[in-house]
Design a binder for this molecule. Structure first.
Ligand SMILES: NC(=O)c1ccc[n+]([C@@H]2O[C@H](COP(=O)([O-])OP(=O)(O)OC[C@H]3O[C@@H](n4cnc5c(N)ncnc54)[C@H](OP(=O)(O)O)[C@@H]3O)[C@@H](O)[C@H]2O)c1
Length: 295
């Protein structure tokens, strides 16, 4: 086959979108089309069909989402439009034109009461409006198509955009003392590893034609950490001289409730795709190394 694989990325201005943009030059035989919200607002139903028809992608990676968990509590209608309805519009357009859809969801579909790693079959029960809206998006995709991968991930961070990794680094340098909650546990996930593995999944599925079953998958780094553990590792890896104090989440009341435990089991991903996952600590180390490289 000498036709280039065509990949469209929505949410191209966000954290994950920018990681995919960064990786695109490493795939000279593929053709990438990136769209910011202004260029392709997935909440405008007809635009999904128009853009898919125009660019004829073999796969669409939906990195677009309303991701402000706190704001979503007071703005649940808009969160639901972008996260709950729009993925369904996109899935319908992909289905009509034969494109594979890769959609990203969240650990916040769970309430954390299980206290053991959540599998794809576990009962969902979001505690906040963001989680509700993302769950609605999963259901919208599933109701119109079966040629999709939904990857639920958690605690994304990386070299682009605003995220916990960058905030801890900045505050560690500025203040030398941090108080971080130690009663919420999940797996920090490096967005560049996620981006690399999404592209590997597409390669295996569309180029190698491996019989990887479509559907819902949990994708995170291995191991689990509290925000306190995560902050400590960020400070350590970056050689910042700051102390980190563990505190209860009651010290920092937030509008949105968050699960105390939302570690996702990645067994299905590992078994079906064979794509190895690295540890969350390796993610932090790699992020620091990548930051130094890109300045
Ligand atoms: N960040 C996390 O910790 C985390 C954890 C679990 C799952 N996820 C999921 O991972 C995915 C990627 O997240 P991220 O961290 O890369 O998010 P991000 O940095 O906030 O990027 C999301 C991008 O989507 C854009 N967007 C919002 N509504 C849109 C719409 N209707 N049409 C097109 N674009 C729209 C945003 O533009 P504006 O900024 O202009 O609105 C932003 O550029 C999302 O599905 C998110 O729900 C994230």
């Amino acid at each position: 086959m000498n036709k280039k694989l065509r990949i469209a990325v929505t949410g191209g201005g966000g954290q994950l979108g920018n990681e995919l943009r960064f990786l695109a030059p490493h795939f000279p035989d593929w053709e990438f089309f990136f769209f910011t919200k202004v260029e392709w607002d997935i909440a405008i139903e007809s635009l999904n069909e128009e853009q898919v028809m125009k660019f004829k992608p073999d796969a669409v990676i939906n990195a677009a989402a309303y991701t402000n968990v706190e704001r979503a509590e007071d703005d649940s209608e808009n969160a639901l439009i972008s996260n709950g309805l729009a993925p369904g519009y996109l899935a319908r357009a992909c289905k009509k034109h034969g494109a594979l859809l890769i959609h990203i969801s969240t650990d916040y579909v769970f309430d954390g009461e299980k206290r053991a790693p959540y599998s794809e079959n576990d009962e969902v029960h979001p505690l906040n409006a963001y989680g509700e809206s993302k769950l609605a998006g999963e259901r919208a995709v599933d109701s119109v198509s079966n040629r999709y991968f939904i990857l639920r991930t958690s605690w994304l961070y990386g070299t682009f955009g605003h995220n916990f990794y960058k905030t801890m680094k900045r505050l560690g340098l500025e203040k030398g003392q941090l108080s971080v909650v130690n009663d919420q546990i999940a797996s920090p996930t490096y967005s560049r590893f996620l981006a690399q593995d999404i592209l590997e999944l597409i390669r295996l599925k569309l180029i190698e034609h491996k019989p990887i079953e479509c559907g819902l998958y949990h994708y995170t780094q291995t191991g689990e950490a509290s925000w306190f553990d995560f902050a400590n590792e960020i400070i350590r890896v970056n050689n910042i001289s700051a102390s980190v104090e563990p505190v209860s989440s009651e010290r920092f009341p937030t509008k949105a409730k968050r699960p105390h435990y939302s570690k996702l089991s990645t067994d299905r991903w590992m078994h079906n795709t064979g794509i190895a996952l690295r540890s969350w600590q390796e993610g932090v180390q790699q992020c620091a190394a990548d930051e130094h490289q890109t300045g």
